[in-house]
Design a protein around this ligand. Sequence first.
Ligand SMILES: Cc1cc2nc3c(=O)[nH]c(=O)nc-3n(C[C@H](O)[C@H](O)[C@H](O)COP(=O)(O)O)c2cc1C
Ligand SMILES: [Mn+2]
Length: 490
Amino acid sequence: MNKHSNIAGNIAYDDLREWLVQAERLGEVREIKGASWQEDMGLVAEAILRAENGPCVVFDEVPGCPKGFRMLLNMFAGVRRNMTLGFPDHLTKAELSDAYREANLVNPRIIPHQIVDQGPILENVDTGDAIDLMKFPSAVWHEKDGGRYIGTGTYSITQDPEEGWYNAGAYRAQLHDSKTVGLVMVSGHHGAQHFEKHKRAGTKMPIAMVLGGDPLAFFYGGIEVPYGTFELDVVGGIRGRAEKMVKGRITGLPIPANAEIVLEGWVTPGKTHIEGPFGEWTGHYAGGAKEWPVIDVQAVYYRNNPILVGVPPMGAGPDEMARYRAVLRSATIKENMARAGVPNVLQVWCHEIGAARCFHGVSIKQSYPGHAVQAGTIAAQCGGSAYASKYIVVVDDDVDATNLEHLLWAMIMRTDPKRSIQFIEGSWDSIADPTLSPEKKAMGDMTHSVAIINACKPFHTRDKFAPSNTPSQEMLKKAKDKFGWLLEGK
Ligand SMILES: Cc1cc2nc3c(=O)[nH]c(=O)nc-3n(C[C@H](O)[C@H](O)[C@H](O)COP(=O)(O)O)c2cc1C
Ligand SMILES: [Mn+2]
């Protein structure tokens, strides 16, 4: 049993404002007035989003936007990570991931959302000529972005027109004009599946796009939850109380009653607009600029002094998105592996350098021939990992798979490349993968190969493998205690 199994999650906030109060209590919030959406916000993102312990920044008085219309950046860093997921401050990120898994994934609870009549999201409802998306402080995040992106810290609610279930998925949104935003739903994602059904039926798809609100709901919009399950009902289960939602006036879709900003409207099959380029999570403008569907916004709901949330991907190293996904996805994959019947999986870490999608380390206590290959294959292809996984490294239990350098050391030193690496072909890829060829993209072939790197000692000769000269915990402590001062400049 894991030593944290007695820790139950306790989410101390219901919405973004209560979360902000908690983050302020931790001393991790800074306010910036007068920053421009054209450049300054992107510069702040460059300055802070890659740091493990960067502050949460709230922008106000953005030139061109009404005072009080704010933008919040960097929810998931510092100690507030643990607060956000409802766990004590002292847990490391790997411990946080395990505690989260044990509290929420081992025996998952679903609490269906509850429809209510009132909520702060109804404080302002703009329709018709009153709709003006320009008043929200959306930013140009990267130098070569094709425009402002209003939807990055976002998720969109849609309904399956045949089966009736709701979905919440994070799909980015470029600001096209005062009443229209872009919508990028990659093939296979649930929102895209709903849209496919509408296309076949020749009907326009109702949609409600949340642009700021409860951090937990946003995280769940961007993480894999099985087909047929409404992410907000999962969030209700984690909180231990039903999410309160109001009915959208235009579409009847459920809208979080305490969200900050929600766009409601229609996505019409065949109606598109040039979207992108956008600096994506792979650290490239890989998707380029192309035609994507749009949302014709029919109603805008927002609280007084609304807070837009920005979660721009930075790429090329750990960023905010990678940090929270590493914690959540590592837990998801570890749980998926246990359910698929892979025993003795000690650690799973979706490394931030691979945007917590493409490069995963797995440590196992090897128990039988083929165990390492089984673990690597499932870690590459389970529900939490299939999309965009690229490299899986499986190591023995004396390696810390959560530590990038230790993992790479084992990968380099304990493999014979030709023998130790095998490939899965035709695996689900992301359009943001810069190695997808133009030909494959043109054909709609969004697949690539995945490398399973078996860096375990061969099972049948493991006892003859040269022992590692990594010091024992006792020797390490002794060395530090006796001679650690040599590094302290004394
Ligand atoms: C900030 C953020 C932005 C994302 N942008 C997109 C996007 O533009 N298009 C897309 O298809 N997936 C995007 N994703 C990934 C999906 O949201 C994610 O895979 C999610 O699990 C999809 O949910 P679904 O399976 O319910 O569709 C994004 C995720 C995050 C966290
Ligand atoms: Mn879904």
